[in-house]
Design a protein around this ligand. Structure first.
Ligand code: ADP
Ligand code: MG
Length: 495
């Protein structure tokens, strides 16, 4: 991970302004955050505390991912992280300082202030220190953190987890382990691809365990955090204390254990931690994007240990499960819904079009609700379609770029070659070219560079410029938006 370059960051912020249609909102909510880029498709966004993490994950994840996709020219996975060194951050008393609610407590959305309530004078966000800055001196004043787990999202409870055939086994095993830690299945290994509920299930387990057995020493962290702490403890010559921390736990929960791939030394450390805990009948729960045997370079002795207990999977949700999850989310957001609520028709529309994973599903309904709140309009099929345009397009089967070029050329009454050749054309030709590029970016899976190759080797900034020109026009001119929609349907019907 490396700090994002200011130029990329500024472009992403500009793209967010376009998506949200509100520069002030971007200024207040996004400019002060820290953004880090990985070598893979991961972007980390650092926020001050667990409360903000929750807020961004629910309200802004879709916007962030779309903004990064547009600028970087490829799909990315945004992870919202609580910045280290911010434990002393002063958050609203009703939010971050609230202990995780018990699995039977009322809906957590009740403690999340609405964006309006939150926007005007949030001393919190405006005083965010930088991730690398010194920890606040308030740190010393905080109560002992032994039983407080700010790293747990209060909404990730069993109560909020919709049980369905795709996740029934994993859910039942996590519940069984919470009731009988160290005895039911050890380890419990939850395997599923991204956005299908691994973290939710792991944290639901933690909440229930802490509720039932508050004195148990629970360590919950991501594998990446484990590795970072391990390395830091080696550098600071504090490895003994590191080992004591993790090998003395009653329950160790490590999320995203596939991060062990290619980390030989950390694998060794996990191996010994695992043995110590397992021998003492202490519970271990792990989650991973890959099955143990598929994690690259994972030592055989770890593969076999990870399979000693139960490996439970979470499958992608079918349409019924997607609908049930949307209904539950709508219920959770009841207080935020505009008059008229959200109809079955809209729920069906989202469930049909957003099918890749549950994270996107949750992001989609949040987008729809936020959009309605900002425009102060009821939620209709048309408004839902509009606020999900980017996601829905992304998930539709990709269309051949030549079809798009032919469709646009016919529509504008020009030749396909006019779209490609680098000659100064009449204004309707350059308009048609902008539209064709915009549609190519929205109806195919191609990056800006790839699209550029189909349009006479134009570079990615030219492609970005076309995209932005059309996006701008679509948001300011309803007639133009309608013609683009018609053109799209025409291309789709001919594909
Ligand atoms: P993963 O860790 O597998 O990438 P997460 O646990 O972060 O996925 O889940 C992504 C989002 O989907 C979260 O907002 C989570 O609350 C929600 N989610 C996942 N599974 C369910 C479920 N069965 N019921 C309700 N919400 C779910
Ligand atoms: Mg996760």
């Amino acid at each position: 991970m490396s700090v994002m370059s200011p130029s990329v960051r500024d472009q992403v912020l500009a793209s967010l302004e376009q998506l949200l249609g509100d520069p002030a909102q971007v200024e207040q909510w996004f400019r002060k955050l820290d953004y880090h880029m990985g070598n893979d498709d991961r972007i980390e966004v650092f926020v001050p505390n667990a409360f903000f993490k929750d807020l961004y994950e629910h309200k802004y994840l879709g916007y962030l991912e779309e903004a990064f996709r547009r600028i970087l020219g490829k799909p990315v996975r945004v992870q919202v992280q609580v910045a280290p060194n911010r434990i002393g951050f002063v958050a609203p008393a009703s939010a971050a300082t609230t202990a995780p609610r018990s699995p039977t407590a009322p809906a957590a959305s009740a403690v999340v202030p609405s964006t309006e309530e939150y926007r005007p004078a949030s001393p919190a966000l405006s005083s965010v220190p930088t991730a690398t800055g010194p920890a606040s001196s308030r740190l010393d004043l905080e109560p002992a953190a032994a039983t407080v787990h700010p790293e747990l999202n209060p909404q990730y409870t069993f109560e909020n987890f919709v049980v369905a055939p795709e996740n029934r086994l994993a859910h039942a095993s996590a519940m069984a382990v919470a009731e009988n830690p160290g005895r039911a299945y050890n380890p419990l290994f939850i395997h599923a691809s991204v956005g299908l509920g691994k973290t939710h299930l792991l944290q639901a387990f933690c909440h229930t365990l802490l509720h039932r057995s508050p004195r148990m020493v629970l360590r919950y962290l991501s594998c990446e955090e484990f590795i970072n702490e391990y390395i830091a403890s080696l550098q600071r010559k504090e490895i003994d204390s590191f080992r004591r921390t993790y090998r003395s736990a009653d329950v160790l929960v490590i999320d995203d254990i596939h991060f062990l791939a290619n980390k030989q030394q950390s694998q060794e450390e996990i191996f010994h931690t695992f043995n110590t805990l397992h021998n003492a009948q202490k519970q271990i729960i792990l989650s991973s994007d890959q099955a143990p045997q598929d994690i690259p370079t994972l030592e055989d002795r770890l593969v076999s240990r990870f399979r000693w207990g139960l490996v439970a999977t979470l499958a992608p949700p079918g349409i019924e499960t997607r609908t049930a999850i949307l209904r539950q989310k709508a219920e959770d957001m009841k207080s935020e819904l505009p008059p008229g609520g959200i109809s079955d028709e809209v729920v069906n529309f989202i469930a049909t079009h957003v099918h890749r994973n549950i994270r996107e599903l949750v992001g989609a309904i949040t987008n729809v609700v936020m959009h309605a709140r900002y425009t102060r309009q009821p939620i209709t099929l048309a408004s839902a379609r509009e606020s999900l345009q980017h996601l829905v397009d992304l998930q539709a089967p990709p269309v051949d770029v030549h079809r798009i070029q032919e469709g646009v050329a016919t529509y504008f009454g020009i030749k396909t070659s006019d779209l490609i050749l680098k000659k100064r054309g009449k204004s309707n030709i350059s308009q048609a070219r902008h539209v064709a590029v915009y549609l190519a970016r929205h109806m195919t899976n191609m990056s800006q560079a790839e699209v550029g190759r189909y349009f006479g080797s134009r570079d990615h900034t030219t492609i970005l410029n076309s995209e932005q020109t059309i996006a701008q026009k679509i948001s300011s001119d309803p007639d133009f938006r309608t013609s683009i929609e018609k053109l799209k349907s025409r291309i789709l019907s001919q594909s």
